[in-house]
Design a protein around this ligand. Structure first.
Ligand code: ADP
Ligand code: MG
Ligand code: MG
Length: 893
């Protein structure tokens, strides 16, 4: 027995999408649910694959099965394919597993020829219509199946349209259409050297082969490569009885969403045209009407259509995107699929559908991509102002939506000027062919970034996303001329200083400024509701990285349940404290150093008090000082120059002595590889009194706020432990100070001491390290650097993104946690740590803590919490919930 290559609609269902393609499976599903679908059948994706295996031949049995299925359709419709008296016409439609641009378009009206045309005209009493259908067939078959340039057909058609009064396709007379067909056929013969096939079976066979053939056409292959879609899926072919929307003013065709795909509003949203066929609506040949008008024009059909949309939503339990045609007052459904939607719509629809009882909360949580949450948190263009800008023709180009958010400002072509004018308070958009680390100072000051080249992982995109700054990358349509300080686009010239607006959420670039609206999380009621459901199911805590009371308050509003990383070094960098910090580092004697430390203490204590108050009732992890000490001193090159200058001019001997001393210290501290040098706990160990001062500031602050009635939970974190002995030494110092302070203050606070895990050795020896740690926190930025032996700051600007483009690495490991390497270290660490201390608290405080796939991994290995920047807290809440719905928590692999 030969294989089954062909399925009638009644033999299929929505679950057969792999075999029948999305379109075929859903047509079958609708037909079987009793909806009005024109009879038809599907040739499988397997037949497509077999077609290529057989050297582009229809596999054995396919054609016979097709003819047999066609017979059934003839019986169902009472018409006959190729019969001059009562002809059946069909469409031949492609349809892969997922909808895919680049696949062959649909050919309508297959089966028409001069004989069937006559019969149909008599039967319908409408000669104009059949000639219109015929000219469409020749046009579509010629261009789509045979590859004749469709503009050539359109040019011919335009000639005729010009001869009419109205100038529209519907104004063409029967005689004109007859002439159009004659000219089309002549064009066909001229281009292809053969006659247009008037044998209906030949038309069908060639159309089927062309659909299959288009699977390996260049556009489809390119698309699949870009989207990482397998080339083995193949496409199905759907043969569907024609219904005609172009049979007069009681006919029409349209497309609709069962809910508004941009706002989520529960209201049919769509467009249609009367007296039109197929893709006329989207092709823009006439201006379509909004679906609400159908209520006036064809009330019966409108009512039925609403009922069907309702039924479809209930059946699929999701928003549907449908195609329909009305033939002389009868409604037909031609396609349905899950509707694509914006982030705002995704959230609203998910929440509404739970309230309507259509889906569960769990399903709702799975229907919103965590990254979509991002779009709620950044300022965005006022939708009305944006529409207006489009209507006024100010949309210049579209690039990649590399980093979400909206920005308006003046165009600046270099980083120095961007920095200068940005600092002066101007809103600047930095426009570059591409960016690299030399541009970073300008990027800091820019409101938004636009690049001509580069992808989603280009330097501009990565840096902008890290900062939450809007960025449109790879916008090839703008032609930048740096010398002339301008770019050209769409025949327009945008000069330096001109205003533009970039929408990093959509990738659009506009001329002029567009008003923005601030995001207000609390007012996004649906999102707040959805995230509330997320909190009910997630196992991971979601904490935040915040160094100051402002960020802390924001993160609390976003739902953070603790601070996973409060860095203390920024407190050292502040202007008024800097001289004291420098003195502390340069101190020769212990007494000198202690003097400076004593001065720093009150500053630190005050900072901590503010943070503790904002985090009343929640844990706060404070990391002792981490960066190499020389970072607080002036750069070495600068000092060398300064000393040389002062020596030459002899203008200021005192300053010279001071600078020489400083240079000496800097020289003595100089390291070839400072990121692996005296930093983290090594600094705490080497600089006497530093750890003690910081601990005192923390515990004093904790005691002070506890006395005010704040429920305070400080956790002191020691960075960069490589060996347990480092931790032991630091811990002993800490405990002593804590004890002293609490005795002085006469109050006990509950505190913990733990370490960051960022050196592979610490992870591997976690059982020993855990003896002296109450908690672990993965610093996955350093852990990734040290595991790969890659310095992030250097690599991202040099080879790393190239590695990703060339697929040497699947992702940038600093963005998406590397499960196979870094992840394994983490897993070992958790397991070993908890053998020593079963209840060891383990979290992550690297940037990965806010990246959905990394959050999922943290759930799988059973961390207690993830900690991320305030803006990523809502994303992490949703990602943690999705992980909980999909994976067992703390699975032993
Ligand atoms: P696409 O994948 O590009 O949406 P479709 O196969 O859905 O392609 O068809 C393109 C257009 O032709 C759509 O508007 C569709 O509704 C219309 N169409 C397809 N088959 C028929 C048919 N049998 N009768 C009437 N219109 C049809
Ligand atoms: Mg199409
Ligand atoms: Mg379609």
């Amino acid at each position: 027995m030969t294989k089954k290559w062909v399925y009638l609609f009644k033999e299929g269902s929505k679950d057969m999408r792999d075999l029948l393609g999305g379109k075929g499976a859903n047509l079958a599903e609708m037909a079987n649910a009793g909806l009005p679908v024109p009879p038809g059948f599907t040739i499988t994706t397997e037949a497509c694959n077999a077609y290529f295996e057989a050297g582009e031949q229809l596999p054995e049995g396919t054609w016979e099965q097709t003819l047999r299925a066609l017979k059934t359709v003839e019986e169902q419709t009472g018409k006959k394919f190729g019969d001059p008296k009562n002809p059946l016409l069909v469409s031949v439609r492609s349809g892969a597993r997922v909808s895919m641009p680049g696949m062959m378009d649909t050919v309508l009206n297959v089966g028409l020829n001069p004989e069937t045309l006559q019969g149909l005209a008599e039967l319908m009493g409408n000669e104009r219509f059949v000639w219109d259908a015929y000219r469409r067939l020749v046009q579509m078959f010629g261009s789509i199946v045979k590859g004749v340039d469709r503009h050539e057909f359109e040019a011919t058609l335009d000639e005729y349209k010009k001869k009419t009064d109205g100038g529209k396709d519907t104004d063409l007379t029967t005689n004109m259409l007859r002439d159009v067909v004659r000219d089309f056929k002549a064009l066909y013969k001229k281009e292809l050297g053969e006659d247009f096939p008037d044998d209906p079976y030949e038309q069908m066979r060639q159309a089927i082969a062309a659909v299959f053939g288009s699977w390996f056409g260049k556009p489809a292959v390119d698309y699949r490569n870009a989207e990482c879609i397998s080339h083995n899926w193949g496409t199905a072919v759907n043969i569907v009885t024609m219904v005609f929307g172009n049979m007069g003013w009681d006919s029409g065709s349209g497309v609709a969403f069962t809910r508004n795909p941009s706002t989520g509003e529960k209201k049919i949203y769509g467009e249609y045209l009367l007296n039109a066929q197929g893709e006329d609506v989207v092709a823009g040949i006439r201006t379509p009407h909004t679906i609400a008008d159908l209520k006036e024009e064809l009330p019966e059909n409108y009512k039925q259509f609403l009922e069907i949309c309702d039924l479809l939503e209930n059946h699929y339990r999701d928003v549907q995107d449908v195609e329909f045609t009305i033939e002389q007052g009868k409604l037909w459904m031609l396609q349905t699929r899950t509707g694509k939607r914006t982030a705002a719509a995704a959230v609203k629809i998910a929440v509404d559908m739970v309230r309507e009882g259509l889906i569960t909360k769990e399903e709702a949580l799975m229907r919103v991509a965590p990254d979509q949450v991002n779009q709620f948190l950044h300022p965005r263009f006022d939708p009305e102002a944006k529409t207006k800008a489009k209507e006024e023709g100010n949309l210049l180009a579209e690039g990649l939506n590399a980093s979400p958010g909206a920005a308006t400002g003046i165009v600046i072509f270099d980083a120095d000027t961007a920095e200068e004018r940005g600092e002066a308070g101007e809103a600047v958009i930095l426009v570059r062919p591409e960016t690299n680390p030399d541009d970073v100072h300008g990027m800091v000051q820019a409101q938004g970034i636009l690049t001509q080249h580069g992808g989603m992982t280009s330097h501009a995109a990565v840096v902008a996303r890290g900062w939450g700054k809007p960025c449109v990358a790879g916008c090839e349509a703008i032609k930048i001329n740096l010398d002339a300080r301008k770019f050209d686009v769409k025949g327009r010239e945008i000069k330096e200083g001109d205003f533009i607006s970039v929408d990093g959420t959509t990738g659009e670039v506009f001329a002029g400024s567009i008003a923005t609206i601030e995001a207000s999380f609390e007012e996004e009621h649906d999102l707040v509701t959805l995230l509330g459901w997320a909190d009910e199911v997630r196992k991971l805590g979601v904490w935040t990285n915040a160094d100051n009371p402002e960020d802390t308050a924001r993160a609390r509003a976003f739902g953070a349940e603790g601070i996973g990383l409060c860095r203390t070094e920024h407190m050292f960098f502040e202007e008024e404290r800097r001289p004291t910090v420098v003195k502390m580092i340069m101190a020769v004697t212990d007494e000198e150093r202690q003097e400076s430390l004593d001065k720093l203490l009150p500053f630190q204590r005050e900072d901590f008090e503010g943070i503790f108050r904002a985090m009343d009732g929640y844990p706060v992890i404070i990391r002792l000082i981490d960066p190499p000490m020389h970072e607080f001193l002036p750069p070495r090159e600068e000092l060398i120059e300064e000393v040389a200058r002062l020596r030459c001019t002899g203008e200021n001997p005192e300053e010279l002595v001071e600078k020489e001393e400083m240079l000496q210290v800097v020289n003595s501290m100089w390291e070839t590889n400072p990121m692996m040098g005296v930093r983290g706990c090594r600094a705490g160990i080497m600089y006497k009194g530093l750890t003690e001062m910081q601990t005192r500031a923390i515990i004093e602050a904790a005691c002070n706020v506890a006395q005010e009635g704040v429920d305070v939970h400080p956790e002191i974190m020691i960075p960069l432990t490589a060996d347990v002995n480092e931790l032991r030494i630091e811990r002993e110092k800490l405990e002593k100070v804590a004890k002293d302070v609490m005795a002085e203050k006469g109050i006990e606070v509950d505190y913990k001491i733990g370490t960051m895990i960022e050196i592979p050795r610490a992870a591997i020896t976690a059982d020993k390290v855990a003896e002296y740690a109450d908690f672990f926190s993965f610093g996955t930025n350093d852990l990734t650097q040290m595991t790969y032996g890659i310095s992030r700051d250097d690599a991202e600007g040099k080879f790393l993104l190239d590695y990703v483009d060339r697929k040497i690495l699947p992702h940038n490991p600093f963005e998406v946690l590397d499960r196979d390497g870094v992840g394994v270290l983490m897993k070992i660490c958790v397991e070993k740590g908890r053998t020593t201390k079963p209840n060891l608290e383990v979290g992550i405080c690297g940037e990965h803590g806010g990246e959905p796939s990394s959050v999922e991994f943290c759930h799988i290995i059973g961390l207690n919490y993830v900690s991320c920047s305030p803006f990523r807290v809502p994303i992490a809440r949703l990602a943690a919930a999705q992980a909980a719905l999909q994976h067992e928590y703390g699975r032993k692999q």
